[in-house]
Design a protein around this ligand. Structure first.
Ligand SMILES: CC(C)(COP(=O)(O)OP(=O)(O)OC[C@H]1O[C@@H](n2cnc3c(N)ncnc32)[C@H](O)[C@@H]1OP(=O)(O)O)[C@@H](O)C(=O)NCCC(=O)NCCS
Length: 169
């Protein structure tokens, strides 16, 4: 879990977080629709990755990653991962995977059967979820064209369709 193998203590750790404290720059990195984020953030369950060696004045570590979970229906059967993001300077250090694993463990411990996530139909994010065991269960054609005012491009290709991925817990 540590990004600093030479250090005795981990350089970062994952904690639970009040949704109101979730930083907008990180949330918008994963979901550019501020309007959508405003809708799902209140009442969500959030986790944060914080640097343990850079304490803020309030005594908690600088926040470098976030993930946001919401129940689907009454939450007995399924939850959805609505947002997961790591500050660009801290990506590729295993922090995103640790946040995802926390989300998986947290939902599994509550007896939830499925964790769902919507993502683009190609690219690194898809691999990120598939590595954790998520499988494609549905496709929403034109989702990104219909639901986002700003076109989303990755490596010269426009995201149009959204894949719904599900992890059986
Ligand atoms: C997706 C994200 C949370 C992953 O966090 P992370 O801390 O970089 O992830 P980890 O270090 O645990 O794992 C890295 C793996 O994730 C995948 N990955 C996801 N996004 C990637 C990106 N932008 N660039 C490269 N690899 C990426 C790769 O498969 C990579 O594996 P590799 O190290 O073998 O190349 C992070 O890249 C991010 O914040 N992206 C912007 C927001 C976003 O797109 N969120 C998901 C919306 S569906």
């Amino acid at each position: 879990m540590s990004s600093a193998p030479a250090s005795a203590s981990p350089a970062w750790h994952v904690t639970s977080m009040n949704p109101a404290e979730a930083p907008w720059p990180l949330l918008l990195l994963a979901d550019p629709s501020r309007e959508k984020v405003r809708r799902y953030l209140p009442g969500s369950t959030c986790f944060a990755a914080r640097l343990t060696q850079q304490l803020t004045p309030s005594g908690v570590g600088t926040l470098v990653g976030v993930c946001v979970l919401v129940p689907l229906g009454d939450g007995q059967q399924a939850w959805e991962l609505m947002n997961i993001a790591v500050a660009p300077a801290w990506q590729q250090h295993g922090i995103g995977s640790a946040l995802l694993q926390r989300a998986i463990t947290w939902t599994r411990e509550r007896g939830v059967r499925q964790l769902e996530v919507g993502t683009g139909s190609f690219g690194d994010q898809l691999l990120f979820y598939q590595r954790a065991g998520f499988r494609v269960t549905d496709i929403e054609r034109d989702f990104f064209l219909l639901n986002y005012t700003t076109p989303l491009w990755e490596r010269g290709v426009q995201h149009k369709d959204m894949l719904r991925l599900t992890l059986e817990l």
